[in-house]
Design a protein around this ligand. Structure first.
Ligand code: H2B
Length: 96
């Protein structure tokens, strides 16, 4: 099972990401992705879903038209792990 990152490793990993923020009140990171339209937003979600399934690590997310709110946390570990950072970096890469 993935190990929870300690605070300094967690903060260093978040720094390397593009605009992800710690969620208040729980150990998770979140980001809102805005796309040109639903087609682009859903394309992003489709690519991210395939990656998530391959990793067996799944996002919490909410989509309205061109907007995708994503929250990442490792439920099994009760906090943030390298898996969250890997999936966040992947999402940054495909949204760029
Ligand atoms: N996704 C996330 N974000 N955290 C988990 O702990 C997790 C997951 N665990 N996807 C996986 C599935 C686990 O429930 C299955 C049984 O491997």
């Amino acid at each position: 099972m993935a190990e929870k990152l300690d605070i300094s490793a967690r903060d260093a990993a978040i720094e390397k990401l593009n605009d992800w923020e710690l969620v208040e009140g729980r150990e998770a990171i979140a980001k809102t992705f805005i796309f040109a339209d639903f087609n682009e937003a859903f394309g992003f979600m489709t690519r991210a879903a395939l990656k998530a399934e391959a990793m067996d690590h799944h996002p919490e997310w909410f989509n309205v038209w061109n907007k995708v709110d994503v929250t990442l946390s490792t439920h099994d570990a009760g906090g943030l792990t390298a898996l969250d950072m890997e999936l966040a970096a992947f999402m940054d890469g495909i949204a760029a």
